[in-house]
Design a binder for this molecule. Structure first.
Ligand code: CS2
Length: 469
């Protein structure tokens, strides 16, 4: 079957949205590091909006820091790909033209640095996952940004604005620290310049983007008549809140639907705790119960009651920003989780738990303990992660624990099987659990009780504790 490309674009069915601008005329105002499905379904769609509105500066050069897979999928398609938006039976297809090319950093690091240093690059966005901020090595995101900023500074080119789009609190601050650390290794004066000249606004990003599978690709091919190996599937909802602090030009982001605000922190906190915290809880408990998809978990009344209890616990820790109606937000989240057309796998969300737990589950637990409040649902979610690290679900089926700390976790666990030993081993990992939690006896005991319940009776029995509350 023919591939989606510039040559096949005009033959697509009439109801498929496509670029309304001349792609030959677009610039490269944006470089994106970590061009996975999330970027293609989120930030790229906002830049596509600016292009469609006639501001042709905002084409995107994507970069992969490791794998050539996205380059290989997009190159034969001239960078074109479809965003398939599903809600129940409704499906909309938009072919996006914003991505001009994809660089594979390990193949040609100098090309990436040159692109980042180019005069017309004004915005750099990043989705390098939670674990992507730990390194400042030359081949890390921070390393590339520091190298490019050094070049901009020495050639007298104004800096770009660097916008982190990862699910971390204070993501702008973390990116800045990582880039400063990379800069200091080569030149303290560069670090000083970056500190004062470069804006690293924090941002909150939201759109559920399940991994694409071969069935999705085949189904889309049936609809549009060509094969698209770079398609992404997602929900109608999308949100991007950016701290209004830029070091250079930007498109009319507000017109594209971006919320610009002086303080992203309360948005980020509400989203990380209510959406992502629920997601991780659903992933570990649902995964243990042997349930494949998020919408299947949320369809169980007991699981839904558990998620509602978790949201109650979390909501009490938030200071919602003006403009966020928490009850409406919660109801909308439950409806989004229930979307059966997304086919969002619990396994996908279960990945990288060691990097996700702190901001999603542990921070609200600490906030509650500080106020003398118990956190039974949040604690059960943490116990479920602990059970998940054992590598078997309630039915005895084995799963891989995909996590950058998987071997550290396995070493800590050793041969421990008793709940108190497993809890002690995992709480001793200070990379995950701050002393405030590891040292709290009531929290430790609650974890032991929950892990015992999960080991003896399974996740479905644990959910049942929350029905009728
Ligand atoms: C999910 C997120 O996989 C995960 O960890 O919780 O990717 C989630 O779908 C997005 O943050 C939604 O905006």
């Amino acid at each position: 079957m023919m591939r989606l490309s510039v040559a096949t674009l005009s033959g697509l069915p009439g109801d498929i949205d496509r670029p309304r601008y001349d792609r030959a005329g677009i610039g490269t105002g944006v470089v994106h590091l970590g061009i996975g499905a999330f970027h293609r379904a989120h930030q790229a769609v906002f830049f596509e909006h600016a292009l469609n509105a006639g501001d042709l500066r905002w084409g995107v050069t994507g970069a992969s820091l490791r794998s050539p897979a996205v380059h290989e999928a997009l190159a034969p398609q001239d960078g074109l790909y479809s965003v398939v938006t599903r809600d129940g039976a409704a499906e909309r297809v938009q072919v996006v033209g914003a991505v001009r090319d994809v660089l594979v950093a390990p193949r040609d690091p100098a090309a990436l640095v040159a692109r980042l240093a180019a005069r017309d690059t004004h915005i750099v966005t990043l989705t390098v996952t939670e674990k992507g901020y730990a390194s400042s090595a030359a081949d890390s995101a921070a390393g590339y940004l520091a190298a490019a900023l050094a070049e901009r500074r020495s050639t007298g080119v104004d800096p770009f604005t660097a916008i982190s789009c990862d699910n971390l609190s204070d993501n702008g601050g973390r990116l800045k620290q990582a880039v400063l650390a990379a800069a200091r290794q080569s030149d303290p004066a560069l670090a000083d310049w970056i500190e004062h000249q470069v804006a690293f606004p924090s941002s909150m990003v939201d759109r559920i983007v399940p991994a694409t599978d071969e069935d999705d690709i085949a189904r889309l091919a049936g609809r549009i008549g060509v094969e698209d190996r770079a398609m992404v599937k997602t929900e109608p909802f999308r949100q991007w809140v950016i701290e209004d602090r830029f070091s250079g030009p930007r498109p009319d982001l507000a017109a594209a639907g971006v919320q610009l605000t002086a303080d992203v922190a309360p948005w980020e906190e509400a989203k990380l705790r209510l959406l992502n915290g629920s997601h991780s809880a659903i992933a570990y408990l649902g995964g243990l119960a042997g349930i494949d998809f998020v919408h299947e978990v949320i369809a169980l009344p007991a699981a839904r009651a558990f998620v509602a209890a978790l949201m109650d616990e979390t909501a009490a820790t938030l200071t919602p920003p003006p403009g966020l109606d928490v009850p409406a937000y919660r109801a909308a989240l439950l409806a989004r989780f229930a979307n059966p057309a997304l086919q969002h796998r619990t396994r996908q969300i279960a990945m990288d738990g060691s990097q996700k737990l702190p901001q999603r589950l542990l921070a609200p637990i600490i906030a509650r303990l500080d106020r003398g409040l118990a956190a039974p649902a949040l604690t059960l979610a943490v116990a479920a992660w602990m059970a998940w690290t054992g590598g078997r679900n309630d039915l005895g089926a084995a799963h891989a624990v995909e996590d950058p700390l998987a071997s550290v976790v396995a070493d800590a666990l050793g041969k421990a099987t008793a709940p108190e030993d497993r809890v002690a081993a995992l709480l001793s990992l200070s990379q995950i659990f701050p002393v405030r939690l590891a040292g709290d006896q009531s929290f430790r005991q609650a974890l032991i009780d929950d892990l015992a319940l999960l080991q003896e009776q399974g996740a479905r029995a644990a959910f049942a504790r929350f029905t009728g509350r």
